[in-house]
Design a binder for this molecule. Structure first.
Ligand SMILES: Cc1cc2nc3c(=O)[nH]c(=O)nc-3n(C[C@H](O)[C@H](O)[C@H](O)COP(=O)(O)OP(=O)(O)OC[C@H]3O[C@@H](n4cnc5c(N)ncnc54)[C@H](O)[C@@H]3O)c2cc1C
Length: 485
């Protein structure tokens, strides 16, 4: 398959793998024999033993679509309103837009509602590092991201500039060390990724901007009634399935399971962010500013992480412990106070003081860091035709760079599940969309994201402790994992 630019034509799912990107090779002879023996044994017990579970066949990448699950087509598939449920997607952030795209490719009807009045309504300027999701975005028809930057080197320093850790393809090539670890990372601004996904939908008009979900009520067998605040008036809508992709302070989650059961959990620190153009740092000669290096510096309390944001700018993220009320107050004081605090705390090695002092206040923001306790499947089970994805389901601290990666994987997995579980002969209306799709989807999502939530919360602690100063050519915190093995 020729992988063209995202905007070249439309996509439809690959019929060979049914849009999954993977195909089962079936069971090996050995596995089949073992299963048959266990089954024969079980039958001899006349149903009194435990029935063996048929093993799943090994999955391999589909050759027909190179593993993306998509093929080029002259037009998008016809929307199949007769067979598929109509989906109300609440929230047009990373997860919501990705879900809309994956539904479009499968002919699943959807409406995408976003509270903001337009794409640029709020400052959402920060960069994302795509890890597992750099493959998943191909499953969303995004084969090239013009504004992405690839980093090939990651360096850790103490505050006087001493290198205490270094990894990435450039390091390994120099030292000839063989490693199976990931060698490059893709960085992209959140808005550029969102924009590339919106492009798939044909542009910004595909979103119902200025629609804030206020409440919903499910009617047994008759879908869900939703109310939105639009231009100060309440407007009703109806859907067969509601997906809350409305972020860490999700209204869908609050309406579904309440705020008291898994309230926001303060992780004890604040993050201050800024974006600085390299042109403002002319005259500063630093190999750390080569647009392909990520670096961090820490002292056991404050920690700064600096990565390429675009090919001609960097994003910095300073974090440190602070009581919640002080962090809220500092965040509320705005960019000038945040910048002063950040500069005061980072009179460290070059080019850190220069980057921070040069960053314009308009490019600075800061937030206390929160997550929530892990969601239990039982809490979602009572949700009927309503589910959650992304930060609404499993918010996490930004320190492992996993939130958007998980939101993208959730979106693709859910769309694939709907496509399979609600296909023409599935009788999903009789069984219910929960039984046909949601329970399996939620169980995979919660299992996959649980360790990311946990690791991200742990990182909020150890990145601001002596552990970060451990010497070693590996990501911070890995030494803790080794100790626990
Ligand atoms: C500083 C920082 C750095 C990060 N770095 C990374 C990284 O490197 N890698 C990574 O994978 N992740 C990273 N993340 C996390 C990532 O940004 C989030 O996890 C991701 O954006 C979550 O996507 P989402 O779609 O679930 O929610 P969001 O992107 O937050 O979108 C939610 C949307 O829902 C809308 N909404 C809310 N309420 C309503 C309502 N009632 N009605 C209608 N619409 C509503 C909001 O306006 C918003 O547009 C970072 C986060 C931060 C803050």
């Amino acid at each position: 398959m020729k992988k063209g630019k995202n905007e070249e034509g439309s996509w439809t799912i690959c019929q060979e793998c049914q849009g999954r990107g993977k195909k089962s090779r079936g069971l090996s002879d050995k596995a089949r024999r073992h299963y048959q023996m266990a089954l024969d044994q079980f039958e001899k017990t006349k149903g009194e033993g435990i029935a063996p579970v048929r093993p799943k066949g090994h999955l391999h990448s589909c050759l027909n679509c190179s593993g993306s699950g998509l093929l080029h087509s002259a037009s998008h598939p016809v929307v199949d309103k007769e067979n598929y449920p109509h989906i109300a997607i609440i929230g047009g952030g990373i997860g919501g837009v990705a879900l809309a795209v994956a539904c479009l490719h499968r002919g699943i009807p959807f409406t995408l509602y976003e509270r903001d009045n337009n794409f640029d309504a709020r400052s959402q300027g920060y960069g994302l590092t795509l890890q597992q999701a750099s493959k998943a975005i191909e499953g969303l028809g995004v084969f090239s991201l013009d504004e992405r930057v690839i980093s090939t080197r990651h360096v850790v320093h103490t505050t006087d500039g001493k290198v205490i850790g270094e990894w990435g393809i450039r390091k390994w090539m120099q030292s000839d060390v063989k490693t199976s670890s990931k060698r490059t990372n893709m960085h992209i601004s959140r808005q550029s990724l969102r924009s590339a996904l919106l492009e798939q939908l044909g542009g910004h008009d595909a979103v119902q901007w200025g629609h804030q979900l206020i409440d919903f009520a499910a009617c047994e067998g008759e879908g869900v009634d939703l109310n939105f605040l639009v231009d100060g008036k309440i407007q009703p809508f109806k859907a067969d399935l509601v997906v809350g992709a409305d972020g860490i302070r999700s209204s869908v989650r609050r309406l579904l399971i309440g705020e008291d059961i898994t309230p926001l959990r303060y992780l004890g620190c604040i993050v201050i962010l800024g974006i600085c153009p390299l042109s403002a740092l002319k005259g500063l000669d630093s190999s750390l500013l080569d647009s392909a290096t990520v670096f961090q510096t820490a002292n056991g309390n404050e920690r700064i992480y600096i990565m390429p944001y675009t090919s001609d700018s960097v994003m910095w993220q300073l974090s440190f412990p602070m009581p919640e009320n002080e962090a809220k107050a500092l965040s509320a004081q705005g960019p000038q106070a945040l910048k002063e605090e950040a500069c005061r705390r980072t009179q460290w090695h070059d080019p850190i003081p220069q980057i921070l002092s040069t960053t314009l206040e308009a490019q600075i923001s800061g937030y206390p860091v929160y997550d929530r306790e892990l969601l239990k499947l039982e809490l979602l089970e009572k949700g009927g035709q309503v589910t959650l994805i992304g930060d609404a389901a499993h918010p996490m601290s930004p320190f492992k760079g996993q939130g958007a990666n998980q939101a993208l994987l959730d979106a693709l997995t859910l769309a694939r599940g709907i496509s399979r579980g609600c296909r023409a002969a599935s009788q999903w209306r009789k069984a219910g969309v929960r039984e046909s799709v949601l329970t399996e989807f939620e169980s995979e999502m919660l299992e996959r994201s649980a360790s990311k939530v946990k690791d991200s919360a742990e990182a909020a602690q150890f990145l601001h402790s002596e552990i970060v100063l451990h010497e070693g050519d590996e990501p911070r915190g890995r030494c803790l994992k080794k100790k626990n093995v």
